[in-house]
Design a protein around this ligand. Structure first.
Ligand code: GDP
Length: 196
């Protein structure tokens, strides 16, 4: 359970992140996937992560200290429709460096919009994590937006795609920031990851 959540620092340069002296998990996904909403729901703090960052704004790595014990990290989203090559390269450079070098990182949660058919950009990112040995789990978001059967159809389709990429299926969670679906299950999983 999350009893305390506080913002620590934002960084554009991964090497300026806080000392890696405690366990850390990170959240990432396409812009608008519901990442901020999920972080706010998990921590029960409405304004903790800012919702709907606009393209072109500075992309930052945000650290939150949870229960005085571990870090939750909000990574800048990918897949804005209208960003120039420079911004895209800047994002890649920053995120790839962070994910490869962050020694206290226990896992990254890749958020997937449960309303959509499998998207290449998500699969590409997941594949990159796999090839770099970055432990990744899936979090399907916005499950309240459609019927259960539609959600499970999309989840199933996505998992099928991952079977083409990996021998082992990734861990996954079906969530809604709106209804709280999947929240406890995801928090239990995170607690295990950050346990010393
Ligand atoms: P981010 O860009 O990934 O941080 O996405 P946001 O958290 O800002 O969410 C994008 C939009 O989707 C906002 O309008 C949210 O209110 C909405 N949203 C996010 N999560 C949910 C959810 O679980 N259910 C519903 N119905 N809407 C959501």
């Amino acid at each position: 359970m999350i009893k305390k959540a506080e913002f620590v620092v934002s960084n554009a340069d991964p090497s300026n992140c806080p000392k890696p002296d405690r366990a850390e998990v990170a959240f990432i996904g396409r812009s608008n996937v519901g990442k901020s909403s999920l972080i706010n729901a998990l921590t029960d703090k409405k304004g903790l992560a800012k919702t709907s960052q606009k393209p072109g704004k500075t992309q930052l790595i945000n650290h939150f200290l949870i229960n005085d014990r571990w870090y939750m990290v909000d990574l800048p989203g990918y897949g804005f429709a209208k960003v120039n090559v420079k911004v895209k390269e800047g994002w890649e450079n920053m995120i790839h460096t962070y994910l490869m070098k962050r020694e206290n990182l226990c896992g990254v949660f890749v958020l997937i919009d449960s309303r959509l058919e499998p998207q290449k950009i998500d699969l590409d990112f997941l594949l990159w994590c796999g090839t770099q040995g970055v432990p990744a789990a899936l979090v399907f978001t916005k499950a309240d937006k459609q019927s259960k059967s539609k959600t499970s159809l999309n989840v199933h389709k996505f998992l099928e795609k991952t079977e083409e990429l990996f021998e082992e299926a990734p861990d996954y969670f079906v969530t809604s920031a709106e209804s709280g679906l999947g929240k406890e299950e995801l928090l239990t999983f995170i607690e295990e990851l950050v346990k010393e």
